[in-house]
Design a protein around this ligand. Sequence first.
Ligand SMILES: Nc1ncnc2c1ncn2[C@@H]1O[C@H](COP(=O)(O)OP(=O)(O)OP(=O)(O)O)[C@@H](O)[C@H]1O
Ligand SMILES: [Mg+2]
Length: 249
Amino acid sequence: MDMIRVEDVSFYYGTDRRFKILDGVSFSAKSSEFVSIIGPSGCGKSTLLRIIAGLVRAGGGRVMCMNREVRRTVPEISFVFQDFALLPWLTNIDNVKVGLSLSRMGDDEKDKRASELLDQFGLSGFEEAYPNTLSGGMKQRVAIARAIASDPKVLLMDEPFSALDELTANTLRRDVRYMLKSKDISVDCVIMVTHNVEEAVELSDKIVVLSNKPSRVKEVKPVNLPAPRDKHSKRFLSQVDEIYEELTQ
Ligand SMILES: Nc1ncnc2c1ncn2[C@@H]1O[C@H](COP(=O)(O)OP(=O)(O)OP(=O)(O)O)[C@@H](O)[C@H]1O
Ligand SMILES: [Mg+2]
C-alpha cells in the first residue's frame, strides 16, 4: 500500500505566485519503505516535506496518506527537525511527553511510555535533565523519541543527522535503522530529506532526486543493496556515483 502519495504538488512564494519553488512533484512511499529526497540546496526539499506533513498547504496538487488527503497535520504523520526543536524549559522526559499531548493516556502511562522510549534510545538516567545538558546526538535522540511516542505510521525527517559530527551521525543512523526494525515501533514508512548522498544510499530503499527550482522529480532511483550496507563495496560506491551524476547533470 502507498503510505504517502505526493500527487503533482506545486508550491509558490510571493504575491501572484511570483516564485515557483515546486513544479508538479509526484512520488510515493510504500509500507515498510525508507525513501530519501535529495536535491540541490534551496530547491524546496524542506518545503516539500512540510507540505507532506500538512504544516504547509500546497499551491497545487495534493498529498495522500493511506488514501486520505492530508489537509492539516494528522496523527499518522510525525516530523523530526534538523535542529531538534526541543523545548529548553522542559526536562527530556517532558519533551518526549509533548509528543503524547494529544493522547488519551493518563499521566502515569505517559511517564512510563516516555521513559521506555528514552531507555530505548540509550538515555535512561537523563529523564529529569534538561536538553541543554545533552550533546547534539542525544538531543536528536530525544527529538526522535518525541516524534515516535504517539505511534505514527509515517516519520518525516528533515536532514536529521546534518547538525551532528560524522561519528555521532553514524551511530545515530545505525540506531535509527535498528529502531525501525523493532516490533515495538509503529513507524512503517520514513521519508528523509538529505543532501548527503552516502547517507541516502546507506539508508534508503529508494531515492527521489529533485532538480533545481522550480523543482521537479528528475529521477526515482531504487537502491537494491543487501543489508547491512557495506559503504566500501563496489556496488555501494557505484550507486553513490550514479546519484552524484544525476544531481550534477
Ligand atoms: N518567504 C519566502 N519568500 C520567497 N522565497 C522563499 C521564502 N522562504 C523560502 N523561500 C525560497 O524557497 C526555496 C525553497 O526553500 P526550502 O527551505 O524548502 O529549500 P531546501 O531545499 O530545503 O533548502 P536547503 O538545502 O537549504 O535546506 C529557497 O530557494 C528559498 O530561498
Ligand atoms: Mg531544507
